[in-house]
Design a protein around this ligand. Structure first.
Ligand code: AMP
Length: 190
């Protein structure tokens, strides 16, 4: 049996992480873990997590790390038992989360994780986000989310580049072409 493949999708809001994770999950056997989807579902359900997260998500801010780390630990453990790979979409989002994940991967003896960085220029991102029309995609949250990405998430590009795990993909093209590019990179690197 092939070893499960583990991927982190990194990139600004609107870069296509969710779409690409879905395409790959449909085509290969991955579990797709999207912290954005988990939080939006919790908010819609008015669950305890949702009630704590809403304030931050509505403002385009990151939710506190403490709301996500136990949940990520539990999911990765369950998926490991199931023996399949995963795509982490939207986590880690800051350097503390990245350190937490490093420790967790060590604890679970998972190595060889690759980071797919979807690179898309800012003008295109704003256009895509405003077209998408999600509840947290109005003009003020969009610009705050891009700012939060630049300040807190983009340092992870260097963090993963330094450890030779970063695979950069031009995300400024059609979804089909991006999927094909990711698949050929994976064939080469995993
Ligand atoms: P996304 O769907 O990935 O764009 O996430 C939507 C919103 O959920 C973000 O703007 C944050 O408010 C929150 N969120 C998602 N992932 C994280 C994370 N790893 N850490 C903190 N907040 C997050």
């Amino acid at each position: 049996m092939n070893n499960p493949v583990h991927l982190i999708f990194l990139g600004p809001p609107g870069s296509g992480k969710g779409t690409q994770a879905e395409h790959l999950t449909n085509q290969l056997s991955f579990e797709h873990i999207s912290t954005g989807v988990i939080l939006r579902t919790a908010i819609d359900d008015n669950s305890p997590l949702g009630l704590k997260a809403r304030y931050f998500v509505d403002r385009g801010e990151l939710v506190p790390d403490s709301l996500l780390v136990d949940l990520i630990r539990k999911r990765l453990k369950e998926i490991q038992i199931a023996g399949v790979g995963w795509i982490l979409d939207g986590f880690p989002r800051n350097i503390e989360q990245a350190h937490f994940l490093e420790n967790l991967l060590e604890e679970l003896s998972i190595s060889g994780v690759k980071v797919i960085y979807l690179n898309v220029p800012d003008e295109e991102l704003t256009k895509r986000l405003l077209d998408r029309g999600r509840k947290d995609d109005n003009e003020s949250t969009v610009s705050r989310r891009l700012e939060v990405y630049r300040e807190q998430t983009s340092p992870l590009i260097d963090f993963y580049q330094d450890t030779h795990r970063l695979l950069e993909v031009d995300g400024n093209t059609t979804p089909e072409l991006v999927t094909a590019t990711i698949k050929s990179l994976l064939a080469k690197h995993t």
